[in-house]
Design a binder for this molecule. Structure first.
Ligand SMILES: CSCC[C@H](NC=O)C(=O)N[C@@H](CC(C)C)C(=O)N[C@@H](Cc1ccccc1)C(=O)O
Length: 685
């Protein structure tokens, strides 16, 4: 679906549209279904103009008939006023970046005959976008050079080939050959849903006039560590130096990411964080005055749940400070102010993502700016006098907002989904705290069915989150949408059990290396809390989870619990087979499994198979290389062998997550059919 013609002034996405939307009467409102949810527009991370006056975001829409996504760039004045659609091409545009003079926006897209994503440059004042690269291996994550005449980008290339023609030929040969074997000498071999090939990520510079790109890191002896997301590198404000992450592990299975710098002109690369040998140094960002380099550091090997410290390096002396010393939160998101006097970023902070201000000198403690009362605020961007971000909640998808850095007030800029949401009757959302394992305070989200009547009794659907070192914050989920489940007639909960992030490092780390028992107890105590409520029917409770959440749900399956049925997606069911199945399994922080098999015996859900008796819906994707398909098959076959009512829903073309629209709608329909058959939804007297 398109929003309109090029450069059309669009009220549709602007905040102004809220005022003009026809009011929808309560009785006309409907509960949101999975299909409705797929009709919502998805607003991605903003890119703020250098003067801070306008923000560009990519807005995606999905077509349920074709399963296709279209994404276009929209420009929003930060102070309000109508949004302007910048692109209408059927291809999805991404990675938007403003030129230093604010006159152009570069982005990546696979348009027309492009076989891989290329960089395009669009004049902001009007005119067509012009393609500036023709790189057979694709151009990703562009950043402008300081003079505005060129860009640096990343491409994944074979390092034994010296020309783009040779790269193109090998790509063609690999596509055409009937010999499909892959060979590795070093781990990792895969990332989430794809096998890694024998290429490396390297940086190139290109002029915007379309001259052949020039290699920067190729020949330096190191390559860029990159899996997904935004640009992992930054260019110094004088346009002379680039900082980028490198995995210096020579063995495989002991990843050690250090930050390197290299001249934009190429040459030798220098490791600037060689002393941190046990954790990743990442996300380098130069201060606008060019004096400092901010980056994240973790130091505990194999523990992604470690709080990321925010480090600031003096580029002249190399002296480096941890400016978040004593801050018991992870500072993984940050953006410098123009005067280099502060940084702002979103923090996973006790069940909500809130914006904090950091002092680059480390004298002032990180200061909370937004209070979290209106949902998660993430993806913070600072420029000129503006601070923009995305805001979302359990009941509303992300929209672009402006933040007042002094008062913390959050103001809507986009309203891409205001009209659609006005037609839905959402359930009330509450944050509660109960006493969990070891008498600790556990935060839990409760989402009530629309038209909830506290004098009646409702069934409960307890959702168990993944990670485990993640948290359920006030965010809109497309994969496990609590409002869709509440619309079926359940009181839905998400509890942030021990191990969750955002509640302090000790709480996060309290389930290592014993993954099962304490989160299990937290879940049972959450069930007790619910069962004691007059509005809950304790004989109509179910639990559902995915990934680590599927681990904990299958751990529950082999133990005492009050649930009438369980829904288990992409579960880590067998810790023996998960152990070395992917990159996470390869990072043993404590003992290797052959040195501590008792831990696996205590913690692996499959060891309790002899006690399985609860009807269970098992779901898994074939392309899941994070938790491979064997887990779902083992769990289902074991339930069948024990004569326990069970059903396996298998997705041949989905990975760790169900991401395709029609498959997702089918996933929701299977979960709805199964849960309703085992736990009657809706109120009873
Ligand atoms: C957000 S980082 C979580 C990464 C975590 N890494 C280490 O294990 C992870 O992938 N966890 C898996 C389970 C693991 C394979 C044992 C998991 O539970 N994934 C969850 C959470 C998640 C959400 C978004 C991105 C990555 C993971 C899930 O898939 O819902």
């Amino acid at each position: 679906m398109r929003f309109g013609s090029f450069a059309r002034v669009g009220l549709l996405l602007g905040a102004a549209s809220v005022a003009f939307a026809a009011p929808v009467m309560a009785q006309e409102k409907k509960v949101m279904t999975a299909t409705d949810m797929w009709g919502l527009k998805r607003v991605a991370s903003p890119a703020l103009s250098p003067d801070g006056k306008a923000a560009v975001v990519s807005v995606s829409v999905f077509d349920l008939k074709t399963d296709k996504r279209a994404a276009d760039l929209w420009l929003f004045p930060v102070d309000g006023g109508p949004a302007r659609q910048l692109t209408t091409d059927p291809a999805a545009e991404a990675d938007a970046v403003w030129s230093p003079d604010g006159k152009y926006i570069a982005f990546t897209a696979k348009r027309d005959d492009d076989k891989a994503p290329q960089i395009y440059v669009l004049p902001v004042g009007g005119g067509e976008a012009k393609r500036v690269t023709t790189v057979p291996t694709g151009a990703r994550t562009p950043k402008w050079l300081a003079d505005g005449k060129g860009l640096v980008f990343m491409s994944r290339v074979w390092t034994d080939l010296s020309t783009w023609d040779d790269q193109a030929k090998r790509l063609k040969d690999r596509e055409e050959t009937k010999m499909t074997a892959k060979v590795w000498d070093k781990a990792p071999i895969a990332y989430f849903d794809h096998y890694l090939d024998d290429r490396e990520n390297h940086l190139y510079a290109t002029d915007i006039d379309g001259a052949a790109p020039r290699a920067i890191t190729l020949g330096s002896g190191v390559s860029v560590q990159y899996n997904e997301g935004g640009a992992p590198f930054d260019i110094s404000p004088d346009g002379k130096e680039i900082a980028f992450p490198v995995n210096v592990d020579k063995v495989g299975n002991r990843p050690n990411i250090d930050l390197f710098t290299i001249a934009v002109a190429g040459g030798a690369a220098t490791n600037i964080t060689p002393d941190n040998k046990t954790g990743p140094d990442s996300n380098p960002v130069y201060s606008p005055d060019g004096k400092s380099l901010a980056y994240n550091q973790r130091t505990i090997f194999g523990f992604y749940g470690e709080n990321a410290k925010l480090m600031v390096r003096d580029r002249a002396t190399g002296a480096t400070r941890n400016i978040t010393d004593g801050f018991d939160r992870s500072a993984s998101d940050f953006s410098w102010t123009d005067d280099s006097a502060a940084l702002y970023g979103a923090v996973d902070d006790a069940s909500v993502q809130r914006v904090y201000r950091y002092d680059p000198k480390g004298k002032d403690k990180p200061r909370r700016i937004t209070d979290g009362s209106t949902g998660d605020v993430t993806d913070v961007e600072v420029a000129g006098k503006s601070l923009v971000a995305l805001r979302q909640s359990i009941s509303a998808p992300a929209e672009l907002v402006a933040i007042d850095a002094k008062s913390g007030k959050v103001r809507d800029i986009s309203a891409a989904n205001a009209q659609a949401l006005a037609g839905f009757q959402m359930g009330k959302v509450e944050s509660v705290t109960y006493k969990g394992a070891n008498n600790a305070d556990i935060q839990m989200w409760v989402v009530y069915p629309p038209n909830f009547d506290p004098t009646k009794k409702y069934p409960a659907m307890m959702l168990v989150h993944g990670g485990p070192h993640n948290a359920i914050t006030d965010a809109f989920s497309y994969r496990w949408n609590a409002q869709v489940f509440a619309g079926w007639g359940y009181v839905v909960t998400w509890h942030n059990f021990h191990g969750s992030s955002g509640f302090g490092q000790a709480f996060t780390d309290s389930i290592n290396p014993e993954w099962g028992e304490v989160p299990y107890q937290d879940t049972m105590k959450a069930a007790d809390w619910l069962a004691a409520k007059p509005f809950i029917d304790k004989d109509r409770m179910l639990a559902a989870g995915a990934s680590y959440g599927g681990y904990l749900t299958s751990f529950i399956l082999g133990r005492e619990h009050p649930f009438k049925t369980l829904v288990i997606h992409a579960a880590v069911y067998n810790l023996y087979t998960q152990y070395a199945a992917d990159f996470s399994g390869s990072q043993a922080r404590f003992k290797e499994f052959w040195d501590d098999q008792a831990n696996i015996a205590r913690n692996s859900p499959h060891m309790q198979a002899g006690k399985f008796k609860t009807p269970t819906l098992v779901l898994h994707g074939e392309q899941d290389l994070r938790v491979p398909i064997n887990h779902g098959i083992e769990l289902f076959n074991t339930l069948q062998r024990r004569g326990v009512e069970s059903r396996l829903v298998y997705f041949p073309d989905e990975n760790h997550w169900v991401l395709k629209p029609q498959n997702s709608v089918f996933w929701y329909s299977e979960v709805e059919r199964w849960t309703k058959a085992h736990v009657t939804p809706g109120p009873a007297n």
